[in-house]
Design a binder for this molecule. Sequence first.
Ligand SMILES: Nc1ncnc2c1ncn2[C@@H]1O[C@H](COP(=O)(O)OP(=O)(O)OP(=O)(O)O)[C@@H](O)[C@H]1O
Ligand SMILES: [Mg+2]
Length: 241
Amino acid sequence: MIEIKNVSKSYIRGQKVIDNINLEIKNGEILGFIGPNGAGKTTIIKMMTGILDIDEGDILIDGKSIKEQPYEAKKEIGLIPDSPDMFLNLKGIQYLNFMADIYRVSEEDRKKIIKDLSKTFEIEDALNEKIESYSHGMRQKIVIIGTLLHSPKNWILDEPMTGLDPKAIYDLKIMMREYAKKGNVVFFSTHILEVAENLCDRVVIINKGKIIFIGKIEELKQKMKENNSLEELFMEIISDD
Ligand SMILES: Nc1ncnc2c1ncn2[C@@H]1O[C@H](COP(=O)(O)OP(=O)(O)OP(=O)(O)O)[C@@H](O)[C@H]1O
Ligand SMILES: [Mg+2]
């Protein structure tokens, strides 16, 4: 469970890019985070995961403050950042073992997860190659596997479908659905409204650092009193704001 409580953030003094956001993400829920470029999605995700300091408010991960108990809170987070270009000098398997070591995953568990997921994503043959030789999609896939080794209760994904081929997007959507079904939080940002519409239990729409809608897509449709597509509703709600 993730609780975002009265959170604000400025990069430049006096200019809030996140303005008093409150949000609760329940166990077993897939929540999609949508909003235009520069709306503040990545900034929120970075604060949720302890990468950026929170100016005002707090974020609790399974009841633990990311500010006060960062080590405990981070144990229950798996983060896919918005760019998978990291640890390029490591081979895929070295990166996965490094992640497994950090989170103290047993030999048995890591072997099973690496075997299963690299098979699903068809990158078994690349595990012994350096990540710098991988395509964008392959880098994304190795990062996805790395975030699941310790079975975090909160899986946070910043635009996870970017660069993935249709089969990998399909596989990832099934993984996200199954992961939530086990009682975990799945929180992801996306620009693919169709994915948000089909995959999420609820969506959050953010614009200029403020949440302008939280709820089910059907509620959004009712609120707008028109049977439009999510794309049309999104354009309308963003322009109204
Ligand atoms: N390091 C930084 N320094 C100054 N301003 C920043 C920094 N990072 C982000 N911003 C600003 O904060 C605002 C929110 O950016 P953020 O990256 O959170 O948006 P986003 O919703 O993730 O956008 P996108 O859909 O393009 O990924 C933008 O106005 C951006 O210019
Ligand atoms: Mg972003």
